[in-house]
Ligand binder design. Structure first.
Ligand code: GUN
Length: 292
């Protein structure tokens, strides 16, 4: 078994971005600028946004966070988005999800200028991605593709089973891997799938993205399968300083004995997501500055 080291792979992506940013600055250009809108005080969301800010610093981007209270109205949030859409000093921005229940998420994502949609969540980018056109690809699927590429894991003609049909991971990664140049045969499974184990047992690659700790067991996989764990559930653990630990969707300790490659949690897909958000931001910047 070999670990798919997301930290290492993400560092490589970020080093390449940092070099490009240093070069752009040398040429007299301003730094790319990413903004995150954070609504409320969700602990996990605050951590993710902090990680994104730190990554921006590492690659030489400017970054800002727009903190809005949990009580923010739909109109106020849409107003903030319009400001960012119009601000020519901002290349890309994200609205950290989940949003409070009273906010209509789809309306919010629709309001984002697709050219600044660093998360690739706008229907225009999703549609373009699905058609194989140039688009911002959601950072987690993009990170999975980059991880597979860095470890030279073949996908052509392989059986891939994706568990979980979310708009931001399961569905887009299933679409992407079915396309050229990945050419995989993809089965997208979900909570209504019957006899999931029969499908996963035939899979060359399994992408677990359902958000259920330790869901994928060793008996559900075949010998030599490649296992990508997207899960990041916080589970209470009084023995840790923070009072919780992050648990993936894969029963890592047992599955690792049978897998050929496996991502750890943390340190697998998570760092890749952040790195690819940086890549999307750089691409947004290059697009508006007409830099190749
Ligand atoms: N919440 C969980 N994952 C993500 C992500 O990739 N982007 C945003 N904006 N929110 C998230």
């Amino acid at each position: 078994m070999e670990l798919l080291d997301g930290k290492k792979a993400a560092t490589k992506v970020q080093e390449d971005i940092a070099k490009e940013v240093a070069y752009l600055k040398e040429k007299g250009h301003r730094a790319p600028h990413l903004v995150a809108i954070l609504v409320g005080q969700n602990g996990a969301s605050m951590t993710y946004v902090n990680n994104k800010v730190t990554a921006c610093e590492r690659v030489g981007f400017a970054s800002s966070v727009v903190n809005l209270p949990e009580s923010v109205t739909q109109e106020e949030l849409l107003g903030e988005i319009q400001k960012l859409n119009q601000d020519t000093t901002i290349d890309g921005f994200i609205v950290q999800l989940p949003l409070p229940k009273h906010i209509k998420e789809q309306e919010v994502l629709l309001a984002i200028n697709p050219d600044k949609d660093a998360d690739g969540f706008h229907p225009t980018n999703f549609g373009r991605m699905a058609l194989g056109l140039e688009a911002f690809i959601p950072a987690t699927p993009y990170g999975i593709l980059e991880l597979l590429s860095q470890y030279q894991i073949p996908t052509d003609g392989k059986n891939v089973v994706v568990i979980g049909r979310s708009d931001i991971v399961g569905r887009p990664i299933s679409i992407l891997l079915s396309q050229k140049p990945w050419n995989a045969t993809v089965t997208l499974t979900h909570s209504r799938t019957q006899n999931l184990a029969a499908l996963t047992q035939k899979a060359d690659i399994i992408i677990a993205a359902l958000g259920s700790p330790n869901f994928l067991k060793a008996e559900m996989i075949k010998e030599g399968a490649v296992i990508i764990d997207v899960g990041i559930t916080r589970v209470a653990d009084p023995s840790t300083k923070k009072g919780f630990r992050i648990v993936g969707d894969v029963d890592f300790e047992n599955v690792k004995e049978k897998a050929s490659y496996i991502t750890p949690v943390p340190g697998g897909v998570g760092p890749m997501t952040i790195a690819m958000l940086m890549k999307n931001t750089l691409n947004a910047y290059k697009r508006t500055h007409k830099i190749q």
